[in-house]
Design a protein around this ligand. Sequence first.
Ligand SMILES: [Ca+2]
Length: 487
Amino acid sequence: MSMCPAAWGLLVLCGLSLWTGTQGLAKNPLLSRTRRAPDDYSGDPKKCSYTFLVPEQKITGPICAARGYATDKDRVTRLDVASVRDLLSKQRREVETLKLVVDVDGNLVNEMKLLRKESRNMNSRVTQLYMQLLHEIIRKRDNSLELAQLETRVLNATAESLRLSSRYRELETRFSALSAVVNNQSVLIAALEERCMQVYGRRRDHHPEGPPLVQVVPENLPVSVPRFTNEIQRDNGREAPRERGSRSGPSPTGSTMEAQKPPAGNFSVEGPYRDCLHAQEAGHTGSGVYLIRPEEASRPLQVWCEQGMDNGGWTVIQSRRDGSVNFFRNWDSYKSGFGNIDGEYWLGLEGIYKLGRQGDYKLLVELEDWTGKKVYAQYSSFHLEPEAEGYRLRLGTYQGNAGDSLGSHNGKQFTTLDRDKDGYAGNCAHFQKGGWWYNSCGQANLNGVWYTGGVYRSKYQDGIFWAEYGGGFYSMKAVRIMVRPID
Ligand SMILES: [Ca+2]
């Protein structure tokens, strides 16, 4: 290919010489002859001179003839000239074509260069992509490795949790076994304690089984309540104090009336009055919290006045209704009072005593069972003896529909866990978990444990029972003890 332009260039040169030669011949045929004269070239013998011979046959290229070669055939005709012209024009066209070819070839070369450059770029790009792909592959392999590690860790964690749950079940089993052992030991300890008592004779008259159970199961037992056995409710927050009371013994002092803030709502800022009848006579006909001060009392007391029932004027000295207050308390607490005036409370033995000192009072016990039925026990007179007499209970005659379960407590002193004045060998407050005018131990336990549902199951009769109404194992839903001056 690279040889072509040179060959073609020579041909062009020859063609051009031929062209100028024929032009000259065309213009002046005589000159041709003249130029053939020998003296024309004698001046410079080194020069090579050419004579173009135009043969009759078709000429396919330039023809050189030596000077002096002259025949008749050398004579150039017009026809020959035309032929040469045709040939020349043809060759010129071919030259043009060749030029075009050369141009195209150059373009092709450029294009090829561009393509090569592009190819190099592509190669570079491909290499780059390949590297990127390799990187991606490596990264994915790393990721899959990481994933595998994670899976392993998850599996390990699962195995660990299974192991822990198995261990937990094992511990539960052991805990159950230990609980059983503890229970057995409790029984054993109780038996040993009893043996000790017998050996040392400290409590020969003590009844290890607790006080005799109340056997009264009257006909008017609220039978609409199913006689299921119920335990102390553990899921009721308000019963927590009661449960604590039944299990952990009396509080040293407990909350007293002095520590209380007046509850919102029905609260009279007037007074203090002698009692609730006095407040009613002063125009306060609404039930609520009042401030009273019995004549000999050293301090005023907050109290709930029941002004709507049975002509009103009732001073509430005890209230139970939801188990929100612990009634398993010591002497001082029972003496001064505790609880919430608009909820459950005990007015206090000293306050009750001072109330009774200022006139003749009667007593009303209001009981509500778990069907919502209310029954009453009223005593025609009521007062307490002073603390020196253990706040001995003095009652009149019974009247009502609840049955007389307090009459047997008449004349009894008050007993708490830390002051045993009852008629039983042991301490009734211990067994019946409250404070009361226990006998041995008795037919009523209105300061006992607040059980839900009525019939309860307990080792001792420690519920809020009124034996004549429901028996010793039926705990009332609500109780109120009230006093009022006798009309
Ligand atoms: Ca006793």
